[in-house]
Design a protein around this ligand. Sequence first.
Ligand code: FAD
Length: 468
Amino acid sequence: MTSFRSAVSADARSAFLEALRATLPGLQLLTDAAETERYRFDETEYTRPGQPLGVAFPTSTADVSEIVRLAAEHAVPLVPRGAGSGLSGGATAVDGALTVVLTRMDRILEIDRANMAAVVQPGVINADLGRAAAEAGLFYPPDPASFEWCTIGGNIAENSGGLRCVKYGVTRDFVLGLQVVLADGSVIRTGGKNAKDVAGYDLTAIFVGSEGTLGIVTEATLRLVPAPAPKLTLLAFFPSVVAAGAAVAAITEAGIVPVTLELMDAFTVRAVDEWHHLGLDRDAAAMLMIESDAGGARADEELSGAADACLIAGATSVLRAADAVEADWLRQARRAAPGALERAGVARMDDIGVPRACVPQMLSEIERISAEHGLPVGVFGHAGDGNLHPTFVVDRGDPTAERRINAARAAIYASAVALGGTITGEHGTGTAKKGYLELQRGADAVAVMRAIKQALDPAGILNPGKVL
Ligand SMILES: Cc1cc2nc3c(=O)[nH]c(=O)nc-3n(C[C@H](O)[C@H](O)[C@H](O)COP(=O)(O)OP(=O)(O)OC[C@H]3O[C@@H](n4cnc5c(N)ncnc54)[C@H](O)[C@@H]3O)c2cc1C
């Protein structure tokens, strides 16, 4: 990674901070290392963030525009940041850069029922938007498992997925338009409330998933949909992960589109049950959580079809929630998975995707690779999307862990790509996977990405060293 601390002189850095204080006297700006420390990391294990020049908390688009304008003038790099829940090192600090935390821009500006749209600032928490939409009888589907603390700006920058993507799609499918501060401080809009709008290049699509490297999102217009019926929930337990994978493939093949189709392996089931005592089958090798929000008889049909597919694939038991309270209780099992694995040691959560029908093969590959590298692994994830999170759990302080994990990760990415899959389904490239981007996309496609970066950020001040 480029060290901007050495590239930008100490004088230029102080001149930048001075100009920032003079131009935006009300801006909260932290420069003390003890205070900036908690903004250096995101949730990715084994990252090595730099020492930031400072951390700023803008409260308006005008603030962000001014910060970027001054940064460009002084050639100081910037790291946009939401809640810091990222799992690819995207928001980690860069040496000599100013981290720009967008969480104070947290207003829901409008819930527009007539146009089925919401206009929000980037620091709005995903779950808060969900609740505001629900109050208006509407629904914002993308729901990363971190939905109670991750921000919409982070969701857009990562093109995040979640537990409802199998039916509704990912963040990209709900972004109608953005307000973006570009690398010179100018502000553009890329779309708005139009349901259809194809004028010129699709700039919204370029910024979605760009991980803060092409511009800073300061407002988003998001598509809402009618509120669905309350969910029906089912858990199925299997004697092997491959049998669970086969059930996923069978459900897809039967044309059933549940709202949620999540998988947890034995390691994860046990870790969750030891923590929350939910009464899960601790002897099972895998568990699927399947939900329908289709409502009424259709929901019943969907879950019965899914239950049949599970039993045919070899499920040893199928448990259906009697009511919403019990469904909430069962849902906790999946929501608790990342936290439960973290309790067991250092949990390095990964993220790969394969075409849905390849889930059983990918699960076997993960089993094989973790055994070969002697690494305990918990696998859970959005199996209905073919998106799995193999999570290596190692002892804190094991000096060989990082090296072994890196070797296993490389093998897992190679297997995913060989199956026609991807090195990341939803967590993004950040710093964690940029070394594998060419493996995934090929040199020519990465060259096109570099050309876009060069066109939008010629001085390379936006989130340097991330993605590319
Ligand atoms: C327990 C747990 C569960 C998770 N579950 C899921 C899941 O189910 N699905 C999923 O997809 N992810 C999941 N994640 C990953 C993470 O929560 C998402 O990537 C989330 O979208 C990040 O949001 P954030 O606000 O924390 O962004 P940050 O981590 O702060 O930043 C992420 C990236 O976005 C950029 N960025 C942030 N705000 C802006 C902005 N306004 N403009 C431009 N760039 C910006 C940053 O530079 C960085 O590159 C999970 C993480 C945890 C810890």
